[in-house]
Design a protein around this ligand. Structure first.
Ligand code: GDP
Ligand code: MG
Length: 434
């Protein structure tokens, strides 16, 4: 889609005027490109008609050349079509229940875990409830994901998904959690049994948010699934997964246009922090292949909130580096997401980065270790003796060995900070050099 559009629009950019011929030519190409991207036929038709009408309007060509003008129009229209509607989750009297629905393989279980991580980073206390009892492996999968990010998972020994959901919710409530995400079973196709089960689970847990998880790679099929669900389960929003694949864009465009339900999140990879709040304007840029520079800038800005940065700098200069500092700097880096995701948004980088890995599990374990220390231990790490190490390892579900490694890493970082504070360039620790 994007190559093609850029070619056409590039052509247009060299033209001096945006006349009817130029617009028609561009629209023909855009129409083809959208159809190729698996956008629903009717949606394409309406879209093209809308852009065309706007392009031939009066206010064309003010300070822009023809190509820029059409890019802007196409972009704005795409964003308009995909946007409008609330991309935020609803929160009520805790615990807020989020019900995840969708076909098998769409990404429900993975997205449940991602959403939990996302919400915890916003200061919530989320838990996961396993209500997919189709296959025993499904529960194990959710438990494993939960362990990776240190989020509690509630399972019940029953073959009744309604009971599993209700009991899980009760226990999560008892544990004082404020968001409960219920992972449900899918089927290969939409069928009565699935819809019936979902409706019963929904009535049992009374979710404030019903999310429909759709695989963006299935293209047009995603629209059919969304329509079928809409007839039986009133979902509030969509999570579009696998947008890191090739067929990006098409489904986002059609699903919103046809169901009218907002797309709330975009999943852009298998790693647990590869879930993004959906931004229609940015998705439009992505579809148009302009590179998602906006998201990139925002991510970097959010990661290093200015005051936080100043405080870190002050402490670095003083050569202090407690585990509280460690956690803070660690989280700054984590909030940016894996480097891979950040780099991918730069125009022209994209696919070259496939195959590079970021170990989310490792990062979560480090965070868990620090969180298992008392505030005093975090401030005064030299207090952490043998018995304390054992307690911290047990509390964080890690090993003494891992705790020792982290203690050593903090020491190393403190040394580097001290050198930086004195204006010297620190030597790289041996495991990082070479
Ligand atoms: P469920 O059957 O709906 O619960 O789907 P799962 O959560 O088990 O996901 C099915 C497969 O899709 C798994 O292998 C996931 O790792 C993968 N997956 C989920 N979301 C994404 C995504 O955004 N990108 C990619 N590349 N893979 C994904
Ligand atoms: Mg699943």
């Amino acid at each position: 889609l994007s190559d093609r559009l850029q070619l056409t629009l590039g052509d247009l950019g060299r033209a001096k005027r945006l006349d009817e011929d130029a617009v028609n030519k561009a629209m023909r190409e855009i129409r083809l490109a959208l159809l190729e991207a698996d956008v629903n036929f009717q949606v394409v038709k309406d879209f093209v008609a809308g852009v065309k009408a706007a392009a031939l309007g009066e206010d064309i060509l003010k300070g822009l050349d023809a190509g820029q003008q059409v890019v802007k129009l196409v972009h704005d229209r795409l964003a308009e079509l995909m946007g409008s509607g609330d991309s935020k989750l609803a929160f009520g009297r805790p615990p807020t229940v989020i019900l995840m629905t969708g076909l098998q393989g769409s990404g429900k279980t993975t997205t449940s875990a991602k959403l939990a991580l996302h919400l915890r980073r916003q200061g919530k206390r989320p838990g996961l409830v396993a209500a997919d009892l189709q296959r025993p492996a499904a529960i194990d999968q959710l438990e494993q994901l939960g362990r990776q990010i240190a989020i509690p998972v509630y399972r019940t020994d029953t073959s009744d998904p309604v009971r599993a959901a209700a009991e899980g919710l009760e226990r999560a409530k008892g544990d004082g959690l404020d968001v409960v995400i219920v992972d449900t079973a899918g089927r290969l196709h939409v069928d009565e049994a699935l819809m019936d089960e979902l409706a019963r689970v929904r009535d049992a847990v009374k979710p404030l948010n019903v999310l429909l998880v759709l695989d963006a790679m299935t293209g047009q099929e995603a629209v059919n699934v969304a329509e079928a669900f809409q007839r039986r389960i009133a979902f509030d929003g969509v999570v579009l997964t696998k947008l890191d694949g090739d067929a990006r864009g098409g489904a986002a465009l059609s699903v919103k246009a046809i169901t009218g339900k907002p797309i709330k999140f975009a999943s852009v990879g298998e790693k647990l922090d590869q879930l993004e709040v959906f931004h229609p304007d940015r998705m439009a840029s992505r579809i148009l292949g302009m590179g998602d520079v906006l998201t990139l800038i925002e991510k970097a800005e959010a990661a290093v909130a200015e005051d936080e940065q100043a405080e870190m700098e002050r402490r670095m200069r003083s050569g202090e580096f407690t585990f509280d500092d460690f956690l803070k700097s660690y989280r700054m880096v984590r909030r940016m997401g894996p480097l891979k995701g950040v780099l991918k948004m730069l125009p022209g980088v994209g696919k070259q980065l496939d195959g590079i890995d970021v170990d989310e599990g490792q990062m979560a374990r480090v965070e868990a270790i620090v969180l298992s220390m008392t505030p005093q231990e975090r401030r005064l790490p030299h207090l952490i003796n043998g018995p304390r190490r054992r307690r911290i390892a047990a509390g964080s579900g890690t090993s003494i060995d891992e705790v020792n490694k982290l203690l050593a890493a903090r020491k190393q970082m403190q040394k580097m900070m001290k050198q930086l504070g004195k204006g010297k360039l620190p030597a790289l620790p041996p495991e990082l050099s070479g």
